[in-house]
Design a protein around this ligand. Structure first.
Ligand code: KIV
Length: 275
């Protein structure tokens, strides 16, 4: 096993090789990612949509996020784990942000936290960074405040909007973020931001020029059927494989071909006769 990845390792990867990141919400998936030597796992608040069946990421709270983050960190030896701060933990009262961020580290054993851009983002980020907690920014499409930025749409498509994204990225870097997620941003704007920053950019729907890439795992494994964004590549269709396995199980149980002798336990005839 190679050593646990640190924040400095992630920063040092900029310009050397692409950084890999995926979301995870449970022990077995996180263990596979650790084994595959993925650099970072995000315990994303996408938990709300892809695991808990909710219609908005704003509907998960600290208790759900910590519960899933604990399962992930139990599985991980090497990969750096980032806990995604849920809406209620910093947007309602930015003064609460450092206290809640610390809970991800102390209670769930995460290595860092991520928070999305919103109107008081700099205030919240500053508080977390000043408390010595490694923090990742997230700009562009920010699902927690999607209705305020015109919906689930590509961001930074005109010069003014793109300039704002560049400013946000520079401010977050100045406050001490160790990396920034760029979600749904034109590839050339992601390139500009990546070139301007000393810290790595991690893209999702932001093209090839970012320093790293993140995807929602349930999307790339074909495990979330409600909606698939354009930027997702499905590497396997697990929904179909799992559905077929469940159907086969149902057929074999009803047709009495499972369980077979190889799945059953026996007792000696003499013992059976004594009953
Ligand atoms: O919650 C999440 O999965 C995320 C990714 C989309 C970056 O924030």
């Amino acid at each position: 096993m190679t050593a646990k990845i640190t924040i400095n390792d992630i920063k040092a990867l900029k310009g050397r090789r692409k950084i890999t990141m995926l979301t995870a919400y449970d022990y077995p998936t996180a263990a596979l990612m650790d084994r595959a030597e993925i650099d970072m796992i995000l315990v994303g608040d996408s938990l709300a949509n892809v695991v808990l069946g909710l219609d908005s990421t704003t509907k998960v709270g600290m208790s759900e996020m910590l519960h899933h983050a604990k399962a992930v960190t139990r599985a991980v030896k090497r990969t750096l784990v980032v806990g995604d701060m849920p809406f209620e933990s910093y947007q309602i009262n930015p003064d609460e942000s450092a206290k809640n961020a610390r809970r991800f580290l102390v209670e769930a054993n995460c290595d860092a936290v991520k928070l999305e851009w919103f109107d008081k983002c700099l205030e919240a980020t500053k508080k977390i960074a000043q408390a010595g907690i490694p923090v990742m920014g997230h700009i562009g499409l920010t699902p927690q405040t999607a209705e305020k930025i015109g919906g689930f749409k590509v961001q930074g498509k005109d010069a003014d909007a793109a300039r704002k994204l560049i400013e946000q990225a520079l401010e977050l870097e100045k406050l001490g973020c160790f990396a920034i997620v760029l979600e749904c941003v034109p590839d050339k704007i992601a390139k500009l931001i990546t070139e301007k920053l000393k810290i790595p950019t991690i893209g999702i729907g932001a093209g090839i020029y970012c320093d790293g890439q993140v995807l929602v795992t349930n999307d790339m494994l074909g495990l979330f059927e409600r909606f698939t964004p354009k930027f997702v590549k499905k590497y396997v269709n697990l929904s179909e494989l799992i559905f077929k396995a469940i159907q086969s199980y149902k057929d074999e149980v009803t047709q009495k071909t499972f369980p077979g002798p190889e799945h059953s336990f026996s007792i000696k005839v003499e013992e059976l006769n004594k009953i």
